[in-house]
Design a binder for this molecule. Sequence first.
Ligand SMILES: Cc1cc2nc3c(=O)[nH]c(=O)nc-3n(C[C@H](O)[C@H](O)[C@H](O)COP(=O)(O)OP(=O)(O)OC[C@H]3O[C@@H](n4cnc5c(N)ncnc54)[C@H](O)[C@@H]3O)c2cc1C
Length: 401
Amino acid sequence: MKIAIIGAGASGLFAGGILSEKHEVTIFDKNEKCGKKLYITGKGRCNLTNNCSQEQFLANTVNGSKFMFSSIHQFSPQDIIDFFEKHGLKTKTERGGRVFPASDKSSDVIKTLQKFCSNCQIKLKEEVLDICFVASENLFKILTSKAVYYFDRVIVATGGQTYSSTGSSGDGYKFAKAFGHKIMPIQPGLVPIELEDKFIKQIQGVTLKNVSLNAVADGKKFSFFGEMLFTDRGISGPIALTMSSFINRAKAIELAIDFKPALTKEMLEKRVLKDVQNNLNKTMGNFVNLFLPRSVGEVLLQRLKIDSHQKVNEFTAAGRKDFIALVKNFTLNFKSLYPLDSGIITSGGVVLDQINPKTMESKLQKGLYFIGEVLAVDCLTGGYNLTSAFATAYSCAVNLK
Ligand SMILES: Cc1cc2nc3c(=O)[nH]c(=O)nc-3n(C[C@H](O)[C@H](O)[C@H](O)COP(=O)(O)OP(=O)(O)OC[C@H]3O[C@@H](n4cnc5c(N)ncnc54)[C@H](O)[C@@H]3O)c2cc1C
């Protein structure tokens, strides 16, 4: 059979390699090289999967976990590790189960996939402009920036619509719509959050560890514990990115930081009282630094209208109460998410109930398949998004008839 794959990214290359064992495969990409997005993954190290169970993978899937059940059981995170090891790429597992190439080079992941595709015809710098089905011929007609082709099967592996300079500019949604597919409205996922608060400028670049970021989004509560950082416009870092994927469709969003989530209010009260007694002659600026990075402490004092030069012995009981309340619930003024193009992933995409979850075949057009990020599946950080790309590619490739 003649098969076309649109997109030489993670999912397209992987599916191409498998299919080329039995079929004539052509992979189109508009870029001058394969795997442009893969190259920048994991800060250039490519967190290619997570060394976790299928259940853990599904628990880290924000949208589409039910849909992913079949494909992740067909091709598990362990199968991804085994695949790369078998094809000569040594891997290593780091904190949180994150799997990287032992060389720390995403380019080695791309090289492995390209070698796996050595029997495919890869047409670079060739953008697919249109796909249609010619019923009389029982073939798909593909119009590219260079020519017209005919294929028996077409796999759309065009990715999402973020970091569009890597080639994923949302073309897959257009192709899907042309065949009657519905698109779940797209939003950035795993994206920094912009705040209205003016104090941001004072603390940009500061990282907070072991804090909780809490939100109430359209009445639903979310809380994530870990590391975050302040940017020039808002917040980023692991827990802010995770939060963004849960609140990206909400209308009313309240955000707050708990700087001391390990301590209850009562425990914090005891600690503050003890530290007050031991530091009566310190300035408040130095005192808050016992609890928080200095610049963040300054922001808290400003909000409490306490002069940082004031002595701790003037810290009243009411002041202490307000300080404790603020440490436990430092509210932030949500403005928006950063723009779509800044999202590590696209949330939304080809609606899942129109796709067969075992094979990735369109339920509307026989012979047409969708794999990878073009689907309305999005996962958290930790290698889960590439896992989803590889698992959907595998399910498509081994079941394609
Ligand atoms: C900065 C960043 C870091 C990331 N880090 C990680 C990580 O460490 N671990 C992880 O699991 N996930 C990570 N991700 C997410 C991961 O990269 C994607 O989920 C994954 O690459 C999606 O694979 P894909 O095959 O669906 O699409 P892509 O890899 O985006 O590939 C799509 C390809 O289709 C091509 N294409 C699109 N339209 C056309 C057209 N009309 N004609 C021809 N070609 C076309 C594009 O040029 C592109 O090469 C990261 C993403 C970003 C942006």
